[in-house]
Write a protein that binds this ligand. Structure first.
Ligand code: 5GP
Length: 174
């Protein structure tokens, strides 16, 4: 963890507390229903694993994968789906789980593509929201924390595949 200069943004305890709060809200909102939770790989896998263990309504999980960022820290603006889900979502209640909402291009693409399959409902849960960086008008239904501009790593988020497994979230200092 020493190659780049970084500063802690959210320590593990704050993350765990916020995940439980999100899960409680989701469990209340979906009481009596069954959820299909779709995680966006790779970044969301740790957040999603924590979240599903705190949600009290019955869930199924599936995953999609999209390419948009390449290996750097700035978005190319182009989104390509590289892994489809394997669950039929027609008539189901869907919750998309993503690590971070930045320009909005990735989630806008996912939502448009999944809506074509006629789910009963579709909501978005993101752990981090960089609201000021949006390039398209797009809001998540559940947000862990809203953050300022800056590149963050840890808790599933990587920088060239590094720092993904840190239990804390850091912001990289340029
Ligand atoms: P968007 O399409 O909203 O611009 O980008 C969403 C994706 O960009 C996220 O799923 C994530 O993979 C990547 N991303 C955006 N900001 C950051 C960041 O600060 N750190 C990391 N590691 N990835 C980011």
């Amino acid at each position: 963890m020493d190659e780049i200069v970084k500063e802690i943004l959210f320590p593990r305890a704050a993350i765990q507390k916020r995940v439980r709060e999100l899960a409680d809200q989701i469990s209340k909102d979906y009481a009596g229903r069954e959820l299909v939770i779709i995680g966006v790989l790779k970044g969301a896998f740790i957040f999603m694993a924590d979240l599903v263990r705190e949600i009290s309504v019955p869930c199924r999980v599936d995953f999609t994968r999209l390419a948009s960022y390449g290996a750097g820290s700035d978005s190319s603006g182009k989104v390509v789906m590289t892994k489809d889900i394997e669950t039929s979502i027609k008539g189901k209640d869907i919750l998309i789980v993503e690590d971070i909402l930045d320009t909005g291009l990735t989630l806008q693409y996912v939502v448009n593509w999944l809506k074509e399959r006629n789910p009963n409902s579709l909501k978005i849960c993101v752990f981090l929201d960089k609201r000021k960086r949006r390039k398209v008008s797009f809001e998540a239904d559940y947000v862990g924390f809203t953050i300022d501009d800056g590149f963050v790593v840890g808790y599933g988020l990587d920088f060239n595949e590094k720092y993904r497994f840190s239990p804390d979230i850091y912001v990289i200092k340029q």
